[in-house]
Ligand binder design. Sequence first.
Ligand code: MG
Length: 470
Amino acid sequence: MTRLFGTNGVRGVINKDMTSQLALQMGKAIGTHMGGAVAIATDTRTSAEMVKTAVMSGMMAVGCDVLDLGVLPTPAIQYFVKTHEGIMGGVMITASHNPPEYNGIKCIAADGTEASRRDEERIEEFFFSEIPNRPWNQTGGMERVYSAGDVYIDAVIGCVDSEAIRNARLRVCLDCANGASYETSPLLMKKLGVGVTTLNANAQGEFPGHLSEPTEENLKNLMSLTKATKSNLGIAHDGDADRCVFVTSQGRYVSGDKSLALIAKFELSKKKGKVVTPVSSSSLVEDVVNEAGGIIKYTAVGSPIVARKMMEYEAGFGGEENGGLIFAEHQYCRDGALAAAKMLECVAKNGPLHTQLSSFPVYYTDKRKIYCPNEHKQPLMDHIKTKYSPDYRTDITDGLKVLFDNGWVLARPSGTETIFRIFSESKDEEQAKARAAEFEDTARGFLLKAGVPAEEIAPVVKKRRAPVKK
Ligand code: MG
């Protein structure tokens, strides 16, 4: 059967892959699977209403009552679903950080977590089958709910020491990427007594400020504004605000690995325990967690996997290197607003961000990706395993991680794209680069031999990340 769901729901370009017909059939499939009242929310994309109304119509046609929560961050609808008895699940209309022509449909289970693969498979089965409509007197109704954002922000505030934050009289610059957090995150700052300069805090679906992936390249304005306004911190969300990244008072972008390590240390200072993160995270996280008296647990890549492992290990904290942080005390999903609030508490209590980061060890990362047709992914993976497994320690949690004395390389095929990824990390910059190049050459050589045309496997992106310091 064709797979609809990728790693983050069903996504596509509007009126090309993501049509109103598809959204309607998805609504019918989701409604049939959930079989009761369903909450729905959107980010700020231009196509939000088009997709949402089609999904709602489908759900009502199969007898579901719909609660329309309006524009909300993904973690806010997750919190609503989790805290409301009788709600069978949720649907978030978002394509997160993808460009504005995209939109997507993401399902939330009754406990507020991201829908499991098993749930998605059932929805896919219904989607590809004939779904009967209910008779006229058994169709669902729709009710609008306006308070979900406020309730969510109050719950976030309940998870931090708001008095300490208030007393520190902090100032921040906040970049909402004109996305779903444009109301909730400024409200959070206001309620915490934090002075705030906002940018890109309008509900304009075309993301005129910048693309909504919170990378260093997209946050130049936030970086200069944070420095110019002498703010304590810069804060940025992605389009649906399940993620959060930071900028120091000096205007420096802080990589997700570093903020993950810092918040892990902060959480461990309150309560010792396990910290869960994917195998792709920097060894910086493990070093900092070990030093803080915690235990690191590695998982495959993907936030639902991290969340599930956190439940299994009874871990209080976990997260990814892309700014997705999960706090068990609140909910088992990435939460951009709570990540921001925790960082405010951390700075209020422990001092400036750049000072706190200055004691961290420095690692260098080289991330590459090459084109790899789906049918060649497994053979290439096997080839790399055969080459490295006999001589080196390896980890097969996700793809193959080859552990060297002073660093590691992770080779893994993308689950959704025709791409093969190579991450290399070392405290020695040249070593990190050389190993990434070696793996890339191995992969390219194999694909050439397998008959993939040379021009197709030319490097797509070659990116060397700045050193992990300050
Ligand atoms: Mg997101």
